[in-house]
Design a protein around this ligand. Sequence first.
Ligand SMILES: C[S@@+](CC[C@H](N)C(=O)[O-])C[C@H]1O[C@@H](n2cnc3c(N)ncnc32)[C@H](O)[C@@H]1O
Ligand SMILES: [Zn+2]
Length: 313
Amino acid sequence: MKISNYDEHNYDYSTYWDNRKYEQEAEDYAVSRLMNKLPKNMKFKRVVDLGGSFGRNIKHFKGNTSEQVIVDYSLKTLQKNHSFLIKQYPDIKLIAANVYKLPFKDNSFDLSLMVRVLHHLDQPGVYFKELARINATGGFHIQEFSNKFHIKAVLRNLIHFNKSFFRNTKYQQPTAGNHEGSQSSENVTFLNFPVRLVKRFFKQHRFKLLSSRDASFFRIPFLKRYIPSQILIFTEKVVQEVFRLIPIAPSRFMILRNDGFNKNVLNNEEFESILVCPVCKSELKFTKNLATCTNKDCKNKFKKDKNVWDFRV
Ligand SMILES: C[S@@+](CC[C@H](N)C(=O)[O-])C[C@H]1O[C@@H](n2cnc3c(N)ncnc32)[C@H](O)[C@@H]1O
Ligand SMILES: [Zn+2]
């Protein structure tokens, strides 16, 4: 299990979004259209943005959730952005943790989101199991992932008669240019997933697919250089609607409902009462900025530093 640790190289992911107005708006449009599938006027108890980084997507949950949680492996990113985020979202909680081992009780959330993170997960099955555990029955989830069979990749591999590419397996993308979380391109985990494989994971955990759509049809440097972003964004919105059922773009978004066997979302008022030891899932004992696992065989300790709990394991 390899973690893409952005802190190792002090990678500030927010800089990636400088001059990416088109991609930002394409994704915002996709998420907001999928959120229209949620029950009208529903107010959610608690949402978690998994691998949420500096909070780029948390705006989608202003007004429709009582409490927002950002989980990310990058402790530095969360600490750096806390003061900015808390001003806009007074109930927000920032938790440094690994999505493979989440420090939450079962059924802690009735809404969750993951965008641009699945490509870093070389053991997606472990993540999907954790997601199904923390997301309550009747809860909703929005998942973005890099689509292995986007049109450019399909054409490229057809031309090269690369039969093995068309298997229903995840695919490590050649990482030239994608230096996320590392300084060289060598060790970056950058996985693309077939839509069928992602659907299978969700089915295994009894998530029902409500709707899906592609985004970023025009993620092509040449187009972005010569066509004004407003025109690209307008065209993107039209194309997103037309190709809703055909996954040909590099990025696919899905919204799902958890029809699993868990129970209703936890109604605890105190945020800390939903936290558990990420290793053994036992209760924690809190003393100021320290949380100690109450399991005698575990006894792991976790610290809160600069307003962020550090549950990374
Ligand atoms: C490309 S960024 C996307 C951030 C955010 N979701 C967005 O769309 O703006 C990927 C994020 O995933 C986080 N990440 C990678 N692996 C993780 C893991 N195993 N557990 C938690 N976060 C992880 C990284 O720290 C990084 O902030
Ligand atoms: Zn423990």
